[in-house]
Design a protein around this ligand. Structure first.
Ligand SMILES: CC(C)(COP(=O)(O)OP(=O)(O)OC[C@H]1O[C@@H](n2cnc3c(N)ncnc32)[C@H](O)[C@@H]1OP(=O)(O)O)[C@@H](O)C(=O)NCCC(=O)NCCS
Length: 267
């Protein structure tokens, strides 16, 4: 059965190519996958040449955990090879994220009539489509429906519904590193999106904190990180509120213009 994949045609093609590539690379500890793109898991595992090869196959790829002062040793090479660099600040939390999220949840009372749910095998395609729509309307590229169901990679997609079953907010987290990777207990976390009319009620914090606690509980996650652009104050504030703080790391990403044009992979 066809997977549910949302985004622009360029984004959908990246997700399809990366899902296929992952079937070949999934046993190699150098690589990371969170349902959207196969990337290099850590700068200690390889250089820009590997990211360039991935980006030429997928349309977009990045290297995670690149020390900020080493970012140009990736992005300069991308540019020299004709790719478009895109740098995300890596917000990152370990014990602080767990402790702060636990505290947030113990203090928080959610608005009446709202329910937080996890996507499971029983979640309908209509609900998955509604989660995708909330995400793309907020500029966030959702993972495919198959990844939302949490089987591969292992992870969770949570969403908040109102009394009329409208999806007001959604977010996910994935154990996106190989068990033999130095980042084995880290989760890629976030992809949070709140419907414009529902913002400012701590719905993203509620989802983000629940994701952190449940990923720790269900999958042993001890680290949580997300890519945040410098021009996204809402996302920065939400991450910090949950103890996922600015680090001295970035995701050094590259898009292949022949496959992506100048389109960004996500917000
Ligand atoms: C980022 C986003 C998910 C936040 O959703 P939300 O449900 O309104 O966020 P919350 O109500 O949980 O607020 C979280 C924190 O961010 C702060 N915040 C929210 N919007 C903000 C803004 N525009 N500027 C500064 N701070 C902001 C809140 O005050 C709160 O911090 P506090 O508790 O210390 O006061 C939402 O703005 C969105 O969907 N943006 C577009 C998609 C996006 O950028 N996603 C993140 C991808 S990295």
């Amino acid at each position: 059965m066809a997977d549910i994949i949302y985004g622009t045609q360029h984004q959908i093609d990246v997700v399809k190519r990366s899902t296929t590539l992952w079937t070949l690379l999934r046993n190699d500890p150098r690589f990371s996958f969170q349902g959207r793109a196969v990337s290099l898991a850590d700068a200690i595992l390889g250089g820009p040449d590997i990211v360039i090869a991935l980006a030429r196959l997928e349309g977009y790829a990045s290297c995670h955990f690149v020390p900020t002062d080493k970012a140009s040793s990736y992005t300069d090479v991308y540019e020299a090879e004709g790719l478009n660099p895109v740098v995300w600040n890596q917000f990152w939390g370990r014990e602080t994220a767990l402790a702060t999220s636990k505290e947030f949840l113990s203090d928080y009372t959610h608005p009446t009539g709202l329910t937080l749910k996890a996507v499971t095998d029983n979640t309908t395609d209509d609900t998955i489509r509604a989660i995708c729509e909330t995400s793309v309307n907020a500029g966030v590229l959702p993972v495919p429906g198959s990844a939302m169901r949490g089987k591969d990679p292992k992870g969770l997609m949570l969403y908040i519904e109102d009394q009329d079953n409208r999806v007001l907010a959604a977010g996910g987290a994935y154990m996106s590193y190989h068990p033999d990777s130095p980042r084995f207990d880290e989760a890629f976390w976030g992809m949070l999106a709140t419907h414009e009319a529902a913002r400012g009620q701590r719905l993203a914090c509620w989802l983000g904190a629940e994701l952190i606690m449940r990923m720790a509980d269900q999958y042993g996650a001890r680290g949580f990180s997300s890519g945040v652009k410098s021009d996204n104050p809402a996302s920065q504030a939400m991450c910090k509120r949950l103890g996922v703080n600015p680090s001295n790391m970035v995701y050094a990403g590259a898009t292949e213009p022949l496959l992506m044009g100048n389109a960004p992979i996500t917000r």
